[in-house]
Design a protein around this ligand. Structure first.
Ligand code: ZN
Length: 230
């Protein structure tokens, strides 16, 4: 009898640990899927009109100047653009709201699975040497007139907000290859904004001083584009 009682209490202990193990496992798996956006593969999220992509993140700093990392600048702006779009009652999702790493593939999947109408990727430019400055917006190498017009409206708005130089709308890819990954692999109209050079102090000061105005300019261009489509 004693043996049976001790067997049962032993099993209770085992059940308790098994349950604890399962709970901890579920929490960890949940955190992993949320952080890696794997959750989008399991639960189909709601459609949004716009996806704002905060370039880089986590271990991927992007370009940098001293302590200043591109990933932080991109995130600051992305969250402000989101806020302005929400004020306009435009449904929007940001690829990351925290300092976490996301692959380019996951960024595109994030937008595609939400059937977004527009995708705008936010970046800062950099140069190894020299004094390059100013803003440019990249569209796909197909160079579609409607893509170009949308990108042009963004850069025009930013110019009104105050930039050091308008470097224009460009198609394709700044380095080797045909396209920026996010322009090539998103299903909707997209562009990639290089909002000033992080390697240029003037551009950095403009970025900090005009962050609100930049966010508003981008949100206004997005709103105008969505109104065009409707
Ligand atoms: Zn970048």
């Amino acid at each position: 009898m004693k043996r049976i009682i001790s067997f049962i209490s032993e099993n209770k202990k085992m059940s308790f640990f098994l349950l604890l193990f399962l709970i901890v496992g579920c929490v960890l798996a949940g955190m992993y899927f949320t952080l890696s956006n794997g959750v989008t593969d399991i639960l189909r999220p709601e459609k949004v009109s716009v996806v704002i992509d905060a370039g880089h993140g986590g271990k991927d700093l992007g370009a940098s100047l001293g302590e200043r990392a591109e990933k932080d600048d991109n995130l600051r702006l992305a969250l402000k653009v989101r806020d302005y779009l929400e004020e306009k009652n435009i449904s929007v999702a940001v690829t990351r709201t925290l300092d976490v790493y996301l692959s380019l593939e996951n960024r595109c999947r994030f937008a595609n699975i939400r059937s977004a109408d527009l995708f705008v990727s936010l970046h800062r430019n950099s140069v190894a040497s020299g004094e390059a400055k100013g803003v440019e917006v990249w569209i796909g190498s197909e160079n579609l007139p409607e893509d170009r017009a949308f990108a042009q409206s963004i850069i025009d708005g930013l110019e009104r907000a105050g930039i050091s130089e308008n470097r224009g709308v460009k198609s394709g890819y700044a380095r080797e290859g045909s396209d920026y990954y996010v322009n090539k692999h998103t299903d909707m109209m997209s562009c990639l904004v290089e909002l000033g050079f992080i390697t240029n102090e003037t551009d950095n000061k403009l970025y900090d001083d005009n962050l609100d105005a930049y966010a508003r300019a981008i949100a206004d261009a997005i709103e105008a584009q969505l109104n065009k489509k409707n």
